[in-house]
Design a protein around this ligand. Structure first.
Ligand SMILES: Cc1cc2nc3c(=O)[nH]c(=O)nc-3n(C[C@H](O)[C@H](O)[C@H](O)COP(=O)(O)O)c2cc1C
Length: 320
């Protein structure tokens, strides 16, 4: 799949997940064969007004390339300025969030709220398109109308404004994560635009990815929640696509992934911050394993790298 001139190794995309798709997480997905990784959504205001915490979200490493960085906001001028900053940081693709349905974001007229105001979307996209040379994409939801008319309208506006790709998570803005993603709308959007369409929503198993591809004819497949603590889903989908088997990660692969995730996080965020994150994050990787509840409990108060490592080692000794 190609997004503008950016050629991807394959059609699999890691979804932007706020608070989760940090650089260490993205590197794991990439190592498992994911074709394109995405940053979490980054506030355009935060970037333009120089928030150090926001700026840090732009950090990247060569090993995760190509990287798509997502911004959110509602002011065309600010979005264009933030987009230029993202380009200057070395990102390969700029994505605009038209799908976030969290109240705090909707209240500012950003995210999925924009799907109510197609004129504003057009202004934002035209301003951003002018301000950057890297490929531009949008990620949206079904919007506010069950028929899917908002999504089709926004897709057409986006294409006319010069976007290089469109991701659709076909749930209404009012739906949160309830109900089921309506994959038929991905097929509808795909029929209405010429740019690549990336389907997203409810790929929970490697097999689901193949079904979505077949049912929707989408160009790309984006996986979010199913990749949390499970970067192997990308290699599993790739294997199935080649007619191979779905190979489960061995205990030592899980162990290595946790060790790598811990070490890279310490490198990126320092020991204290990382340990606070690891209190919940390490538990992602042991879902479904024996004694996982006990392990999760044991890491709840972890405060040093050494302690985290010894708890991981102890747990895997118990398992093997
Ligand atoms: C914890 C969490 C954080 C998310 N953060 C973002 C975000 O920053 N930007 C975005 O466009 N979507 C975000 N999403 C939505 C996902 O990218 C994706 O569209 C959604 O989870 C459906 O895909 P899935 O069923 O594969 O998880 C988030 C979802 C979750 C669960």
């Amino acid at each position: 799949m190609k997004i503008g001139p950016v050629v991807l190794d394959n059609i699999l995309v890691l979804a932007p997940l706020a608070g989760i798709t940090t650089l260490p997480f993205r590197l794991l997905a990439k190592a498992s064969g994911c074709g394109l990784v995405c940053s979490e959504m980054i506030s355009a205001n935060g970037l333009v007004y120089g928030s150090a915490k926001t700026q840090e979200l732009l950090n990247s490493r060569i090993g995760e390339k190509p990287l798509s960085v997502q911004i959110f906001g509602s002011d065309p001028g600010l979005m264009a300025e933030a987009a230029a900053m993202v380009e200057a940081s070395g990102a390969d693709i700029l994505d605009i969030n038209l799908g976030c349905a969290v109240k705090k974001v909707l209240k500012t007229g950003s995210g999925a709220a924009l799907m109510k105001t197609p004129g504003k979307v057009e202004k934002i996209l035209l301003a951003v398109r002018k301000s950057i040379n890297i490929p531009l994409t949008v990620k949206m939801r079904t919007g506010w109308d069950k028929s899917g008319s908002d999504a089709i309208k926004i897709a057409e506006i986006a294409e006319a404004a010069g976007v290089d790709g469109i991701t659709l998570h076909p749930r209404l803005a009012t739906q949160g994560f309830g109900g089921k993603a309506d994959w038929s709308l991905i097929a509808d959007v795909k029929k209405n635009v010429a740019v690549p369409v990336i389907g997203n929503g409810d790929i929970t198993t490697p097999e689901d990815a193949l079904v979505m591809k077949k049912e929707t004819n989408s160009d790309g497949l984006m996986i979010g929640r199913a990749a949390i603590g499970n970067p192997w889903i990308f290699s599993q989908v790739l294997s199935l696509m080649k007619g191979g088997e779905r190979i489960s990660p061995s205990l030592s692969e899980r162990f290595d992934a946790m060790k790598t995730y811990l070490a890279t996080s310490i490198d990126c965020f320092g020991e204290q911050r990382t340990c606070r994150m690891m209190r919940s994050h390490l538990g992602w990787f042991v879902k479904g394993l024996r004694f996982s509840g006990r392990f999760r409990e044991s890491i709840k108060r972890v405060s040093t790298q050494k302690e985290a490592m010894s708890l991981i080692i102890k747990y895997f000794e118990e398992l093997s």
